[in-house]
Design a protein around this ligand. Structure first.
Ligand code: FMN
Length: 226
């Protein structure tokens, strides 16, 4: 790539990041978490509203969230504040399948093994063993644009974390139990819960962390005019 050193460094950072699905138990020092948050908040937002708020749960509090999610997940009853997609079709369905199968193959779940895939799905509610979990919310009145700004925050958080040697994973699955999280963590109802970001030091030898996702070719998403 014929790029500036800055873009090269940025690409090195992007390439080093991946969604981590198995963590070691050691906590990340509070000062490091604060540095990650101060870096992530540098993203742009419409009117500089900075709609994100994070409820950062660590130690026993993260375990309390984990236990409550696991219990809720056994009973079903998903109720996200932000409606989940109506469906994934065409290339979106293909990419969703590809990353799902890559994960299942990595952890040894065969096609058709419903019990195995359900067990892996439940790992979401165990927060993949992460010692920390940040619940991300946005003011309801800002609607989709608040959510859009928060998407930028998620990307920046995961990259800042990687730069600090911390692994992470955004989790919409956790947001499917929004009412429980509002109650458990006293997150006011005038905020919508968008996702969790579980984080900590990655267990890089774990099979769940052994695969990487790919990205579409430039011509598949860039439409040039003029
Ligand atoms: C908003 C958002 C929500 C996500 N929710 C989940 C989730 O609930 N469970 C999960 O295992 N991965 C989740 N992911 C991770 C994606 O599957 C992952 O980013 C994608 O497959 C690309 O892989 P990579 O992050 O390793 O590059 C989420 C990612 C984003 C950005």
């Amino acid at each position: 790539m014929d790029v500036t050193p800055d873009l090269q460094s940025l690409n090195t950072l992007f390439d080093a990041r991946h969604s981590c699905r198995a963590f070691r138990p050691e906590p990340v020092p509070r000062a490091v978490i604060e540095d990650i948050l101060r870096t992530a908040q540098k993203v742009p937002s419409w009117c500089n509203a900075q709609p994100w708020k994070v409820t950062v749960c660590s130690g026993a509090e993260a375990d309390r969230v984990r236990a409550a999610l696991l219990k809720a997940a056994e009973g079903g009853g998903h109720s996200p504040d932000l409606p989940f997609p109506d469906g994934y079709s065409a290339e979106y369905q293909q990419r969703r399948r590809d990353c799902g199968w890559a994960l299942y193959e990595a952890v040894g779940v065969q096609k058709g093994d419903r019990a195995g895939s359900a067990r892996q799905m439940m790992e979401n509610y165990r927060l993949f063993g992460a010692p920390h979990c940040a619940i991300l919310s946005s003011p309801a009145e800002l609607g989709s644009y608040g959510a859009m700004d928060c998407g930028g925050f998620v990307a920046a958080f995961t990259l800042a974390a990687r730069a600090a040697g911390v692994a992470s994973i955004p989790q919409a699955a956790v947001a499917s139990f929004a009412p429980l999280l509002h109650e458990l963590l006293e997150i006011p109802d005038d905020r919508i819960i968008l996702c969790a970001i579980s984080f900590g030091y990655g267990d890089e030898d774990h099979p769940a962390n052994s695969f990487r996702t790919s990205r579409a070719a430039l011509e598949d998403f860039a439409d040039w005019r003029g």
